[in-house]
Design a protein around this ligand. Sequence first.
Ligand code: ZN
Ligand code: ZN
Length: 240
Amino acid sequence: MRRVYCDLHLHSCLSPCGDDSMTPAMAAGMLKLAGIDVAALTDHNTVGNCPAFFKACLEYGVAPIAGMELTTAEDIHLVCLMRSLEAAMEFGREIDRRRVKIRNKPQFFGNQLIMDEEDNVVGNEEYLLPNATTLALTEAFELAESFGAVCYPAHVDRVSNGIIAVLGDMPHEPAFRHVEFRDTGNIQAYTEKYPRLAGMMPLFGSDAHSPEGICDASFSVEIPDVGSAAEAVFDLLREA
Ligand SMILES: [Zn+2]
Ligand SMILES: [Zn+2]
């Protein structure tokens, strides 16, 4: 077995709140420097920069996972991780049909840049990405499940867009098997206050929006010595 360090929540320059300098290539390079072995790109309601992220990560020796931070109709953020880039692109097309299309105002919200792996801008997303989709919480979870995703509430210990802050408690449904904490120091207090969290696997991600936000490895798992590290981490989560 080998221990791999993971960052499963990252934004690129395609998220309007992401820094323009957070290109897929820059993210991959910074992840390598931070000692991260397996990383997921999770832009808001899009997988548009995942192809470039995959190429850049392979260049730098980081194992990539394609993902998305999905906004539900209730304004709750869910991390959705996909087993393959192909599955992610298909999921992305489905989510695109569930978006509420409001034109982006880059000067106000920020740019939404689609990149290639060599830091060239190849497109601009015209409509604002992070706003609520038409998918209600359970519907969003079930849709993600139907695409074989690992889907769980993001930053449960955060007020904005955290599931507990929005709903007032951890709901019975959907049956999440994982939950992401922003701060590992909050796990105990949150689990005591919201006992339904106890049965869920706690996960962490930097939620970095800039190169400086990528922190040193803090979350690690053991995987078999042989085979794809990204697939092994994904399978470990999927089977949790
Ligand atoms: Zn979020
Ligand atoms: Zn995020």
